[in-house]
Design a binder for this molecule. Structure first.
Ligand code: ADP
Ligand code: MG
Length: 380
């Protein structure tokens, strides 16, 4: 059964009457631009054809009654600060309500049933989709769409910070709210300016290969990477690596440790790569996009050192199979590779990745193919 029909059926069972409005918001990929956000560089995400969808109807009893189809749980909460629900999935909805109210917006009681098809915790930001779906819906239902879209993304981000204990940036919620079919968005993490670029390959697919490994590292590598970047920027007398060119960096190379130099080199090169990929997409040059993806992988692996054996294996395998581009997506040390795969190689690549990875590491990776699609929306 289609997701919408299933939600409608269960809404009727749970709440006795039909008649709610339907909303959806999407998960996201990031094509290129990794570890650039905290260096005031660019990220380049897009919304995907995997969503959270909700039916929502205002009630007149001032409480929120929510049913999660996928988790098969019901939660009920009021809209005051002290009413935070225990279930973690419900805290995302509660947080969105609270963050709207905090900003002077209006939220009244409502009934909702929701479901999704974004794999949880696989790096596709199911949580941002959940937040964006409800932020968009409550803006439409109770606020005449008076809250602007950037604020909706920030409402999701603040929900993660204040109710879910995740200190995330803005990219995931931004992508989920602003996503547009056949377009990626270059977001400038310095001033939050953004621009759409066409992404509608006719002979390639985007395929994620999820290694399902996550290496837990003791010595907080993320903080160490940040510290390296900050040290180099400071030594060069600029606010962030955004302001540094490769020539400048190389001219001062002897002032840095080899490690700091390589970290900074990756960030400076990655910033340029995002711009080069944007230019390539405007020409429809997907071969160039793929080359840049491989370069990012090399940089993340050799210079930034946030890869791991399994992800290097998957990127290497992609290259061997003739895949156009492949790289780690996300912070590193596990998770997915994102692959730009020629249509005619797709089946063979997926079969080979499953078989060879399983032979070496004892379990099959999960495969997700994604199409760049619309973000938050009302569904009629
Ligand atoms: P991700 O990287 O996918 O965002 P998170 O751990 O940040 O992973 O968010 C996953 C959480 O979001 C789940 O534990 C759950 O609370 C909530 N969530 C995501 N998708 C759904 C869904 N379909 N139904 C209910 N809750 C969901
Ligand atoms: Mg998340």
């Amino acid at each position: 059964m289609e997701m919408k029909d299933k939600i409608a059926k269960i809404f009727l069972e749970k709440f006795g009457e039909p008649g709610g409005s339907f909303y959806a918001s999407a998960g996201r990929i990031n094509l290129i631009g990794e570890h650039t956000d905290y260096n005031e560089g660019y990220v380049f995400p897009g919304a995907i054809d995997k969503v959270i969808m909700a039916e929502i109807r205002a009630n007149d009893n001032g409480i929120v009654r929510a049913f999660s189809i996928d988790i098969n749980e019901y939660a009920e909460f009021g809209l005051n600060e002290k009413d935070a629900p225990a279930q973690s999935w419900a805290r995302y909805i509660f947080g969105v309500c609270r963050e709207i109210i905090k900003r002077g917006g209006n939220v009244q009681g409502f009934d909702t049933v929701f479901a999704g098809n974004i794999p949880l915790g696989a790096g596709l930001s199911s949580s941002a989709a959940l937040e964006s779906c409800f932020a968009f819906a409550l803006n439409d239902l109770f606020n005449d769409n008076s809250i602007d879209k950037f604020e909706l993304a920030k409402i999701g981000q603040s929900t993660e910070h204040n109710y879910c204990g995740v200190n995330c940036g803005i990219m995931d919620q931004f992508a989920s709210v602003f996503g547009k079919k056949d377009h990626l968005m270059r977001l400038d993490c310095r001033d939050l300016q953004y621009e759409y670029f066409p992404f509608a390959p006719t002979h390639h697919k985007l395929v994620l290969v999820d290694s399902r490994v996550k290496h837990e590292l003791k010595d907080s590598p993320y903080n160490k990477r940040r510290e390296s970047c900050e040290r180099v920027a400071k030594a060069l007398g600029v606010p962030s690596l955004r302001d540094v060119s490769l020539a400048q960096l190389n001219a001062s190379r002897i002032s840095f440790s080899d490690e700091d130099y390589r970290r900074a080199k990756f960030v400076v090169e990655e910033k340029e790569r995002v711009l080069e990929v944007c230019a390539a997409l405007e020409r429809g040059d997907y071969e160039e996009v793929g080359r840049k993806m491989y370069e990012t992988h090399e940089g993340l692996s050799k210079d930034y050192e946030v890869s791991c054996e399994e992800l290097d294996f998957l990127a290497g395998l992609a290259r061997k199979c003739g895949v156009t581009g492949s790289r780690i997506m996300g912070g590193g040390f596990g998770g997915c590779t994102i692959n730009l795969v020629p249509d005619n190689l797709c089946d063979q690549f997926i079969a080979t990745a499953k078989r060879d990875f399983c032979e070496k590491y004892g379990h099959e990776p999960h495969i997700y193919d994604v199409i760049i699609s619309d973000g938050a929306r009302r569904i009629d």
